[in-house]
Design a protein around this ligand. Sequence first.
Ligand SMILES: Cc1cc2nc3c(=O)[nH]c(=O)nc-3n(C[C@H](O)[C@H](O)[C@H](O)COP(=O)(O)OP(=O)(O)OC[C@H]3O[C@@H](n4cnc5c(N)ncnc54)[C@H](O)[C@@H]3O)c2cc1C
Length: 346
Amino acid sequence: MSGKQVSIENYRDVWIFTEIQDHERVLEGALELLSKGREIADTLGVKLYAVVFALEAEQYLPVVERYGPDVILYCSDRGLKHYDSQIFPDIYTRLINEYRPSIILFPSTEAGTDLAPRLAQRFGTGLTSHCTGLSIMDSDVYGKGLLVMKRPAYSGNAIATVICPRRRPQMATVQQGVFDKKEIHGRKTEIVRLPFNFDIDQLSVVSLEAPKRWDKPKVPLEQASVVIAGGRGLGSKRNFDTLFELAEILGGEVGATRVPVFNRWCGEERMIGQTGKTIRPQLYLGFGISGQIQHTASIVDSEIIVSINTSTAAPITELSDYVITEDAHAILCRLIERLKTEKRTV
Ligand SMILES: Cc1cc2nc3c(=O)[nH]c(=O)nc-3n(C[C@H](O)[C@H](O)[C@H](O)COP(=O)(O)OP(=O)(O)OC[C@H]3O[C@@H](n4cnc5c(N)ncnc54)[C@H](O)[C@@H]3O)c2cc1C
């Protein structure tokens, strides 16, 4: 354990792992967490910290500032171009020992879900993964100002409520898309540049480039106003690819259940559900999707849900505003044809 034994009263403040995605933008999920973190920090009367590690990190600070942190701790170096399983935990460990945050929140991304458990192990503290709800509670038994973390349990059939009363920091990874992001104007942010003092020669793995995401949505699914989603009922990658044509016409993005992702019909950035993205589009079209809870829990906030399924018994029909009982690919092709004709005649 590399965390020093320090009384929990000495820990305060809320930290957000403000992840930079593909070294080009601040991750949406990190901005959502900054907004939720602001709410939590205000409830506790403590400071909100955004922690930004990146190559040329300065370029991201104006965006981060808009989401209301009291302090931005940032480090800028070419060693931070991609997330690294040695460098990030090492710098974080030193910072946590120095600043002693009480709460640290991470987006449930590849980087967040690698970094958080490493830190939890080093500090001998608890970590709740893939949370979908966060709040603060006071308890006569466990103490005041505790982070309450909610997450799906038993394959999404129950919600577990977790607290970490005896160790610090309290840590959670959080599903993207579950919280709203809110800009805050007129708040003063202190900006602190940290030195990069990791000895690169210590690295046991030298990675020059991160693997390219082979199928990356143009718009993050959490922000898309139209989501055209496909499942096993589409039957093949070829049929699944037709979804992109409809998405192009409707100005939407393509999403999927776990089945197309596992079959490599599309990339994992498109997975919607408990282990994927949470979406809130104006329109969700589900082609050949049964509607298991692990998927539907993340689409319930869609304004209009349309499902296309050959079975009337599919659970998705219960939460659909419109149900089409037909072959998914046949409907998809007819819809595209019709929309193209309509467009020509306008
Ligand atoms: C811990 C855990 C986490 C999980 N996380 C996720 C997650 O994040 N996201 C996720 O999606 N899943 C997740 N799953 C998997 C989930 O339980 C389901 O297995 C999955 O969502 C089912 O995908 P599906 O609807 O594409 O396939 P199926 O459940 O097999 O449904 C296919 C549907 O297509 C219909 N169909 C068949 N042929 C046609 C046709 N020609 N035309 C129209 N309809 C047709 C069928 O009637 C059926 O309803 C998770 C599971 C576990 C245990």
